[in-house]
Structure formats: structure tokens, C-alpha cells
Design a protein around this ligand. Structure first.
Ligand code: ZN
Length: 499
């Protein structure tokens, strides 16, 4: 077992080095460095792949598990080691089932498709993108066949983001969400609009930066083990629980964008910092899923960061950075940072309409994977669904079917994780409120320690020990459901919009 863990740790070290280079590429690297950086990262990634599929790992692993059948051959394993061995085997199998020729074809097609997509989006030219998307879907179907699935080829892809999640399951969860969400959006649309004039000013970016860091510190991000920098698209990357990086964006016209990016990425980063260090290198030291990661960022950003209690604490501090907000009343501030407005673009969506953007993409992806739709018909289907869910339609495909990068890099199956993050987060929060009766009184005073510690204990420290749905069930005592999220939204927005 010691040898196996050593091999896994060495693989992880290579991956960490590649991550550092990636972080640098997005933050400090001069523009001209892109090509060589690409070469270096591709080489490191090849080394990682070789080690992660190499004879040394396979030999060590086969002492504990039959590599073909997945049956344990070492019967003395503890439950924890069993899970670690199983996950290592599952990850290895996923790498081994793809023939080299397929991996190469996919990698070439991804490069070509990303270039075509960038241009097509700019020119609103879906026709140029369509043949590439068509081939991408064909490749993804082949990939699904290699991985194997029980019911639906899309399941094989979903499993890469949300282990154990299936099309049928997502359908059921979204089915519980959609009617209530559509109705809430409609009621909000008929309510009196909220005035956000105070936000339409210029806000010094140095002050934005200082305030953001103050908040990140306050909610519990350990800045001796993290740092923040600036990038075009905010992200979090963890090299190790003791070295996590976040980025934010700064725009003097968009105070909320930078601030909530910092809180969102701070939530991701606290998860990374809270992962079990003694399992670092093994799968047990990793996050449970993309969706669980997203639950952590959204919980902090939306459920805490956009709560009335949070701003009882934070607004007076914000006003010391921006005296121009001096006259804004707490109640008005709370309402204007929670404005709901159906928008064409997913990444600009508020917490109410966001999940609808995801449902639309889920509908389309599952149709694509099942072959029940022609690629050329996608723009029309997209626009019809926009009308049905939001009551608006894009004027061009750049603001419609072409807006997301995901399909161009082959990330089919990724989108549902974002909405799952909302559901997980709300169900976790229901439990938190029961376990910490003084939660909101604490938040009002800027005390977040109890919540952070609770999340450390109940979410972060489990690493990947549980599949996401099992983790939520373990935490909340109930199967995952859309109800906690919808209850939260309906209560909050009934008040904000005085419905
Ligand atoms: Zn996120």
C-alpha cells in the first residue's frame, strides 16, 4: 500500500506542476509565451498520463484488486483503503479503455473545434461550427461506448463530472425544479422593478480589491495558504491544500462582478484548503465532484454573500471603501444585489434564472447524444426553448446556441453539474441551519467560523470518499431533491419582490 501511495503522490506532483504553469498562463505569462507554454504543458501531461497508466501503478494496484473484473483480491483492506483502491482502479480503467488512436483523434478535433468555435461565435456563424459539432458528438458517442453505460450513452459522460449521476436521475431532479422555477421567474417579471441606480457609478478598482480581500479573509479563506490575482475569467486552482490560487476580475463599472467572484472563488478555495491532507495524492484527497465543488462556491456567494444578514455586517465596511454609497439603505442594497432579470447569457445569469439556462443545455445535450435531433436544427431549438423558459429570444447565435465554450472542448455532460451545485448547496444549508442555531446571528456580526468549520467537517474532509448523491444523503439524511433549493428561492424572492 505504501508503494502504491508513493506512485500516486508522484503522479500528483507532476499534475501540480502542470497546474502551476496553467495558473501562470492565465495570470502573469506574457502573451508571446503561449506557444512554448503549450508545448511544456502537453509534455507534462503526457508524462502524467504515462505514469498514471504505467506498469508500476498497475502492478501495485493488482495486488489489491483484479484489474479486469474490479474484484478485490486483498481481503484485509479497511473500508477507507477499499474505497481508495476502487477509485484508483476506476480512474485507471477510464484512461485505459480509450485506444491511443482515439485519444489522438479527439485531441486534434478539440484543437480544431475550439478555433472554429471562437471565430464562429464572433461571426454568429453556426453553419461554420455545425460540422465540427457533429463530429464532436460522434466522437463523444464512441467515448461513451468505450466507457460503457447501462441505460443511456449520456450517462457515461455525466459520470465523468457527477459520479453515479444518470440522465433519468437528472431528468427527475430537473422535473421537480422546472415548473416552480418558470413560475417564479414569471411572477418576478410581473413585479415592480428594483431600482439599482447606486450601482451605476464608477467604483475605484483598488478599493474593490481591498474590500474583496477583507471579505475573503473574514469568511475564512486562509490567506497564508492562498493568494488572489487578476484574470479575464475568474477561477480557482489548487496545487495542494496548502497552496490554492483564486482569481477575480476588476471593472470599475461592475462593482458586484468582482466582489461576488471573490466570494464564489473563495468558496471553491476553502473546499480545496479543507480537503484531507493525509490522503493527498490519492483519490480520497480529491473533491467529490464538480457539482459538490460548485455547491461550495454558490453557498458562499449566494446563500451567504447575497443574504440580508451578511450585508448588515458588510455594508458599513463597504461604505468606508466607497463613500458614494453612504446614503444607500441596507434594505435597498439587499434588493438591488438580488435583482432577477432573464438574460440571454448564462454566465451573466442571477441565481434564480441560472438553473433554467442549465436545463435548456441538458435538454439539448441529451437529445444530441440520443440522436433525436439534427445539429443544423439546434439554433431553432435553442431559440424556442429560450422563449419557453425565459420569454426572450436571442437576436443572433453568438448570444444563443454558440455562447458556451463547453461543446467546443468536448465538455458534453458538464453543464448539469452547475445546477446540481445549487441543489446540493441548498440541501446542505438546510442541515447547517438545524445544526447551527445561531448561524444567522453570527453572520450578521461577521462571524463565519461555525459555518466554515461545519463545512470542513461534513463536506471537505470526506474528499471523494462518497459519490455526490451519497454525500448529500449522509449529510442531510434524505435523498437529493429540488425542494430545498426551490423553498429557499421562493421564500427569498417573495420577500425581495414583495410578491
Ligand atoms: Zn464555480
Amino acid at each position: 500500500m505504501k508503494q502504491l501511495k508513493e506512485i500516486l503522490l508522484n503522479i500528483r506532483k507532476l499534475a501540480s506542476a502542470e497546474s502551476v504553469l496553467h495558473w501562470d498562463m492565465e495570470t502573469y505569462m506574457p502573451e508571446g509565451g503561449g506557444e512554448y507554454r503549450g508545448d511544456v504543458m502537453a509534455y507534462l501531461s503526457l508524462l502524467t498520463h504515462q505514469m498514471a497508466t504505467g506498469a508500476a501503478l498497475r502492478d501495485e494496484l493488482s495486488r489489491h484488486i483484479d484489474l479486469k473484473s474490479g474484484e478485490f483480491v486483498n481481503i484485509t483492506l479497511s473500508e477507507t483503503d477499499k474505497r481508495m483502491i476502487y477509485l484508483t482502479w476506476k480512474d485507471l480503467k477510464k484512461q485505459l479503455v480509450l485506444p491511443d488512436a482515439f485519444v489522438e483523434e479527439m485531441s486534434k478535433h478539440v484543437s480544431a473545434t475550439q478555433q472554429v468555435w471562437t471565430k464562429a461565435r464572433k461571426n454568429n456563424d453556426f453553419t461554420a461550427f455545425a460540422p465540427y459539432l457533429e463530429k464532436m458528438i460522434a466522437l463523444k458517442k464512441r467515448e461513451a461506448e468505450y466507457y460503457g453505460y447501462e441505460e443511456n450513452p449520456y450517462d457515461a459522460l455525466l459520470d465523468g463530472f457527477e459520479p453515479g449521476m444518470t440522465t433519468t436521475r437528472v431528468d427527475t431532479l430537473f422535473g421537480g425544479l422546472k415548473p416552480r422555477l418558470v413560475s417564479l421567474v414569471e411572477r418576478i417579471g410581473n413585479a415592480a422593478p428594483i431600482d439599482d441606480t447606486p450601482l451605476r457609478q464608477s467604483f475605484d478598482t483598488k478599493e474593490q480589491w481591498a474590500f474583496g480581500l477583507k471579505i475573503a479573509n473574514a469568511i475564512g479563506l486562509d490567506m497564508t495558504r492562498a493568494r488572489q490575482d487578476v484574470s479575464a475569467h475568474p477561477f480557482t486552482i489548487g496545487f495542494h491544500p496548502d497552496d490554492v490560487r483564486i482569481t477575480t476580475r476588476l471593472n470599475d463599472k461592475m462593482l458586484l462582478s468582482g466582489l461576488f467572484s471573490t466570494i464564489h472563488e473563495g468558496g471553491h478555495a476553502m473546499y480545496e484548503q479543507g480537503l484531507p491532507k493525509h490522503h493527498f495524492g490519492t483519490p480520497l484527497g480529491e473533491a467529490a465532484s464538480f457539482g459538490i465543488h460548485e455547491s461550495q462556491s454558490r453557498l458562499w456567494e449566494n446563500m451567504i454573500g447575497r443574504s440580508r444578514e451578511f450585508w448588515d455586517y458588510a455594508l458599513p465596511i463597504l461604505k468606508t471603501h466607497f463613500p458614494q454609497l453612504e446614503k444607500v439603505a441596507p434594505e435597498d442594497w439587499y434588493r438591488m444585489i438580488n435583482i432577477v432579470k432573464p438574460s440571454l447569457i448564462r454566465v451573466e445569469a442571477d441565481e434564480v434564472t441560472y438553473s433554467l439556462h442549465i436545463m435548456l443545455r441538458f435538454d439539448i445535450e441529451s437529445m444530441m447524444m440520443n440522436g433525436t435531433v439534427k445539429v443544423m436544427d439546434l439554433p431553432g431549438i435553442w431559440n424556442e426553448k429560450m422563449k419557453e423558459y425565459f420569454g426572450i429570444t436571442p437576436a443572433n447565435d453568438g448570444d444563443g446556441v454558440l455562447q458556451d465554450v463547453h461543446w467546443s472542448f468536448g465538455g458534453i455532460g458538464y453543464f448539469p453539474s452547475y445546477a446540481m451545485g445549487n441543489l446540493y448547496g441548498a440541501q446542505i444549508m438546510e442541515r447547517v441551519e438545524k445544526d447551527i442555531p445561531g448561524l444567522w446571528a453570527g453572520v450578521r456580526e461577521g462571524k463565519f467560523e461555525a459555518l466554515k468549520t461545519w463545512l470542513n467537517r461534513n463536506v471537505h474532509e470526506h474528499g471523494r470518499y462518497y459519490d455526490p448523491e451519497k454525500l448529500i444523503e449522509t449529510i442531510s439524511g434524505a435523498p437529493l431533491s429540488a425542494d430545498p433549493f426551490m423553498n429557499y428561492l421562493e421564500k427569498k424572492y417573495t420577500e425581495i419582490y414583495r410578491l
